[in-house]
Design a protein around this ligand. Structure first.
Ligand code: IVH
Length: 662
């Protein structure tokens, strides 16, 4: 291919991967694969400087900036760091340093390269004032309220009242990550691909209370004191410890490549025993004077380099491609492999992610493939060993129908995921019943995951409507089910019939329809029948209901299996109509007005207040804009109050609100 064309192609590929990595937090290639693309582009641009443009991805480090947080310029750029992958490259790094500092003694500090998210902390007078993400390296986002929820970050430094900047890594331990994903799965939310993405997502939540629920941790690797010079990286790390800021205990002074490689090998062997993921080690010139005299390239300091561990890989034959239906209905292609030993275990299955991934890697049945065990437990297919392809290797076609229930599969709007949307598909039954019974839905107490599983396995229920046909006798026969628990479940089921329409709509488990959307739909349509009949245009015209949601609502009600279930729910006497029909615009103070709530109310929770406003025909939104009519402010109101004043929007005290309610 001509260099010009290849350069364009590489730029396009890299930008795509940048977006997947930084914006969507869902990378589809490994760092190493990414580096290969970037290196190829750099080399081409070096040999053809006339083809290098200012917008080339080689001109910048990645960016994780969104528009949701205030930005702040870093005191010094948060650079990224060059990667090495083998001993030769480490030797080359050392040689370069020694050439640049002829005759000087060189010492290195080796640390773990924690696979998390970089964060800069600013302490003023010993008090934590701000936490800023790396952003694009020059400017980051101020996520201070979220950072304050991380328990290993001291809010006040003991015995220190000066100013300093601390940089380090925010991460999640693997166990915490797995637990978090389980909870997300139970709540019908999308799982995170790995701990790093989960940490990144958690740091950027708009509600610090939610961040606080994520067990984020922090380890520091850099300290800058104002008014005091630290002479070396080693000293910085010791000083950080004295300040009560966590640093990793796995660090070592090394004199050169030999000791560095020894540390690397030891850490690679320890890797799986650490509670968090590391993807290598970082090697830094210890002396700060030397480190700064070495300077930096546009992207990374010359005095530091990462040595990345090899992902564990092996070659084997891909014998078939199978399909697995997950509990959320997503159909994932799975490679059936000729069993092979990889990092201590025999592997016969590997994930193939999705159809695009298979096409991109041109994977065919019968191919010899390279598989890899990364930080995740499930191995994946990295690439096809094309030289070993036999002529009879078969291209593969994605299935059209669900392998479990046979109903027609639906492609997600992003065209990546393929999904079975038949609510009676056994693969999804447990999941959907559990969701139906959950607190925000029908709130059926006692119907936990293990009971749902028992009910489905023993064929007592095959969908959530079946729950209402459960009889005492069959329930009491279940293992670990006492007489009392059996009647409690029946009571809870009976009680659930008194829930509201919005709970039922949410409980149906329509994709994209969360509790908030369910409430909007309940308010707007006031009855299941009206919702079932709504066409795309009507649905899309509702504020806060986007095209993706509108489509999945339509698809749900167009699936015959779902209609059967709904009709049975109707027969069982579930809440098919809202208690209060959508109020016509009356002269009520609340009707047609938009409210924003801030601060703490004394007489009720904000949720209760919101429900009351809605029941009187008002609307509650989360942010103040020109469209807001009233801001209801309790005690300790947040920034919304200030915004209301700035926009000249009328504010309402709790007392006034209660008076209006009558
Ligand atoms: S030093 C001057 N040390 O790896 C070099 N970085 O591209 C700046 N990281 O996102 C980084 N552990 O957040 C350094 N012990 C460590 C690290 C570390 C993880 C991250 C860092 C950055 C990336 C470097």
């Amino acid at each position: 291919m001509e260099p010009e064309k290849r350069i364009e192609e590489l730029k396009r590929l890299i930008r795509g991967h940048d977006n997947l990595y930084y914006v969507l937090a869902e990378p589809t290639i490994t760092d190493q694969e990414y580096d290969l693309l970037l290196n190829e582009l750099e080399t081409l641009e070096e040999t053809h400087p006339e083809l290098k443009t200012p917008d080339s991805p080689t001109m910048r480090v990645g960016s994780d900036l969104t528009k949701d947080f205030p930005t702040r310029t870093h005191s010094s750029p948060m650079l990224s760091i060059a990667n090495t992958y083998n001993e030769d490259e480490v030797i080359e790094f050392d040689r370069r340093i020694r050439n640049l500092l002829p005759g000087e003694d060189i010492g290195y500090i080796c640390e773990l390269k924690i696979d998390g998210v970089a964060l800069a902390l600013h302490y003023e007078g010993g008090i934590l004032r701000s936490g800023v993400t790396r952003g694009d390296g020059v400017t980051g986002e101020e996520i201070t309220s979220n950072v304050r929820t991380i328990r290993s970050i001291p809010l006040k430094l003991p015995d220190f009242d000066g100013d300093c900047e601390v940089r380090g890594e925010v991460y999640l331990e693997r166990d915490d990550f797995l637990r978090m994903n389980e909870n997300r799965m139970d709540a019908g939310e999308k799982e995170f691909a790995n701990p790093r993405n989960a940490a990144a997502g958690s740091l950027k939540l708009q509600d610090p209370k939610m961040t606080a629920e994520r067990p984020l941790k922090f380890l520091a690797y850099r300290l800058t004191l104002s008014g005091e010079r630290l002479s070396s990286q080693w000293e910085s790390l010791e000083r950080l410890m004295k300040l009560g800021i966590p640093v990793s205990q796995n660090r070592r002074k090394c004199s050169g490549p030999e000791q560095i490689m020894k540390f690397a090998a030891e850490m690679e062997a320890e890797r799986d025993k650490l509670p968090y993921d590391i993807d290598g080690i970082v090697i830094k010139v210890d002396s700060h004077a030397q480190f700064s005299s070495l300077g930096a390239t546009a992207k990374s300091p010359r005095g530091a380099v990462a040595y990345k561990f090899q992902a564990k890989q092996a070659e084997t034959i891909l014998e078939d491609i199978l399909f697995q239906v997950g509990r959320t209905g997503i159909v994932t292609p799975v490679a059936a492999l000729r069993p092979v030993l990889l990092a201590g275990s025999t592997i016969s299955r590997a994930t193939l992610h999705n159809e695009q991934e298979i096409a991109r890697k041109d994977i065919r049945i019968g191919d010899t493939v390279l598989i890899e065990k990364g930080g995740d437990v499930i191995p994946k297919v990295v690439e096809v060993v094309k030289e070993k392809r036999l002529p009879d290797a078969r291209p593969f076609k994605f299935i059209e129908d669900c392998p479990v229930c046979g109903s027609h599969l639906v492609r997600d709007e992003d065209e990546v995921a393929v999904r079975c949307i038949n609510a009676s598909c056994p693969a999804q039954v447990e999941r959907s019943i559990f969701h139906f019974a959950s607190r925000m839905a029908m709130d059926i107490e006692g119907l936990g995951e293990s009971l749902v599983s028992q009910l489905v396995t023993s064929k007592l229920v095959a969908n959530y409507a079946d729950l209402y046909s459960l009889k005492y006798d069959s329930l009491a026969l279940l293992e670990r089910m006492g007489d009392k628990s059996a009647s409690n479940i029946l009571d809870a089921l009976k009680k659930s019939k008194k829930r509201e329409l919005k709970h039922l709509i949410y409980g149906l488990g329509i994709r994209h329809v969360g509790a908030g959307a369910a409430r909007i739909l309940s308010d707007r349509f006031g009855a299941i029948d009206a919702l079932m009949k709504a066409d795309m245009e009507t649905l899309e015209s509702i504020e806060d209901i986007g095209p993706a949601m509108a489509e999945s609502i339509r698809t749900f009600f167009d699936t015959p299996g779902n209609i059967d279930i709904i009709e049975r729910l109707r027969e069982c006497g579930l809440p098919f109509e809202a208690e209060y029909p959508q109020p016509a615009v009356t002269d009520d103070f609340f009707a047609g007005k938009t409210f924003v709530l801030t601060g703490t109310l004394a007489a009720m929770s904000r949720n209760e207040a919101s429900d009351l406003i809605r029941s009187r025909g008002g609307k509650v939104t989360s942010s103040v804009s020109a469209k807001t009519d009233y801001v209801l402010a309790g005690t300790d109101p947040g920034s919304k109050y200030g915004k209301a004043v700035a926009l000249d929007i009328q504010t309402l005290s709790e007392a006034e609100f209660l008076k209006r309610l009558g």
